[in-house]
Design a protein around this ligand. Sequence first.
Ligand code: NAD
Length: 255
Amino acid sequence: MNRLRDKIAIVTGGAVGIGRATAQRMAEEGATVVIADIQDDEGRVLAESINNEGGQATYWHCNVGDERAVVGTVQGVVDEFGRLDVLVNNAGISGANRPSHELTEDEWDEVQIVNVKGVFFCTKAAIPHMRASGGGSIINLSSIYGLVGAPDIPAYHASKGAVHLMTKTDALTYASDRIRVNSVHPGFIWTPLVEKFLEDQGDVAEGRRSLDSLHPLGHVGEPDDVAWGIVYLASDEAGFVTGTELVIDGGYTAR
Ligand code: NAD
């Protein structure tokens, strides 16, 4: 309890999946959480349930691929709560699952707009406010697919590789402002994103078994496995941690 007391946090893509678990765990630890997403019903219901359980959360509609919307959301949060301490750049999509030579330019761009430009826009909007208040923590969701290859979703791999190194550059650039920037690299985590990825391939139950077997611990992860890592990076416990990768993958990349 209270590891994030008095902190104001934005979680993009916070309505479902890893973002949802992150919003819940951060609120339990005392943060005021702004859930920024495009799934309005899910986001509103989640904010309400967090508030009913004694936490503090609000839902804001925000498409991270739209810079004006991002600037408006971040400014609105600062106007309402006075500052911004934590930004979790979590919103992401997997995109079309075809080899590079079959992908269209639009399919490629769709993924980069959310996964890469979204992180850029949100970071750009947050930095002046974090500077003004003397520091902050930015947590970028990359992936095991930002560390190692696999023969699928090429646009997604490119986007997560980009987020991996954007994190290091921003960590170095803003270290003197006491703004920490780290990336998180989950293995397969059971969320709507992964369920849809398997649905598109056919048999979900069989697909899940095959994903389980890719992780030395024997199963895919749960959203909370990642949320607790994000809570750590957001907290003052991680005060000396910047520019690093937190890999939460059941051993996937240890081979
Ligand atoms: P998810 O699809 O379950 O949830 C993603 C959320 O992002 C949704 O609420 C969605 O509405 C929101 N979103 C999508 N586009 C948006 C936009 N333009 N603006 C605002 N919100 C938007 O995904 P997830 O599995 O919870 O993944 C969360 C993050 O973790 C993503 O960045 C993903 O790439 C990354 N990740 C997931 C896994 C996994 O196995 N689930 C593994 C590695 C990394």
